[in-house]
Design a protein around this ligand. Structure first.
Ligand code: NAD
Length: 257
């Protein structure tokens, strides 16, 4: 399938899943806007390298997804937004009674509220263009819970709810909205949790990966960023035109348990 002529905006996409999604949408022919809160030479160089690899236009736009006005400005600056992928996300692990208030606020802002702000600006553009796809990167933790991840799980359940509402508000239009729910994908966000968990359980990092991190993933394998990107491309295809308001798990069987 070809996404030639479409513009995709992917929040939080200079790393991990967002970057994988950017590559797969570019491979399918879409022009792409990648984003993060930094403004380094390497961010712009990354955009240029994706453009070169896939022969599409790629721009890097700096915007901090914890700030409502910057979320909205990202979509406005993009100028077009046929495909919106709300992906930016952070994690913090701590019991509720010790959870730092500023971490709670940051996780809710970046992982949930940013998707509300970008969607609010993107929908009128999609309506004008007569086609649109909103793809929210939720999580298996948008459907199930684990201890010590209260803010993340509340935000991801919220993202699933926001996806359903967006789908209902656009149901009579050629616009869909769905949430992809990955299980564990080996990205910097997950890698960062391994050393501390190894210390906590007095295990090697390999043991932590198999016995703690992949414990709930029956396949015992990480999902890959390419698989999440491929799922996003599928959601942009004509075959997915009637798929809206739902979740697609890419989790090695986690939510079947
Ligand atoms: P990652 O840390 O590699 O990527 C996170 C991205 O978000 C980075 O590009 C980072 O720069 C960006 N970001 C962080 N704060 C930002 C801010 N304030 N403004 C703009 N951008 C910001 O992590 P990842 O694993 O690729 O996570 C991407 C998304 O996938 C997140 O929403 C995460 O919750 C979700 N997810 C990840 C996994 C997993 O196992 N890795 C599983 C399920 C869901």
């Amino acid at each position: 399938m070809s996404l030639k002529g479409k513009t995709a905006v992917i929040t939080g996409s200079n790393s991990g899943i967002g970057l994988g999604v950017a590559h797969e949408l570019a491979r399918a022919g879409a022009d792409v806007v990648i984003n993060s809160f930094t403004d380094r030479e390497e961010d712009h160089a990354l955009a240029a390298s994706i453009a070169k690899e896939h022969g599409v236009t790629v721009r890097y736009i700096q915007a901090d997804m914890s700030k409502p006005d910057q979320c909205r400005a990202l979509i406005e600056q993009a100028g077009a937004c046929d495909i919106l992928v709300n992906n930016a996300g952070i994690q913090h692990v701590s019991p509720i009674d010790e959870f730092p208030i500023e971490k709670w606020d940051a996780i809710i802002a970046i992982n949930l509220s940013s998707a509300f702000h970008t969607t609010a600006v993107a929908l009128p553009m999609m309506r004008k263009a007569g086609w649109g796809r909103v793809i929210n990167i939720a999580s298996a933790h948008g459907l199930t819970a684990s201890p010590f991840k209260s803010a993340y799980i509340a935000a991801k359940h919220g993202v699933v709810g926001l996806s359903k509402t967006t789908a209902l508000e656009t149901a009579r239009e050629p616009i869909t909205c769905n949430a992809i729910c990955p299980g564990y994908v080996l990205t910097p966000l997950v890698e960062a949790q391994i050393p501390d968990t190894a210390k906590k359980y007095d295990m090697s990092e390999e043991e932590v990966t198999q016995k703690v991190i992949l414990e709930r993933q029956p396949s015992k394998e990480f999902a890959t960023v390419e698989q999440i990107g491929g799922t996003a491309v599928f959601l942009c295809s004509d075959a997915a035109a009637q798929i809206t308001g739902t979740t697609i798990s890419v989790d090695g069987g986690w939510t079947a348990l």
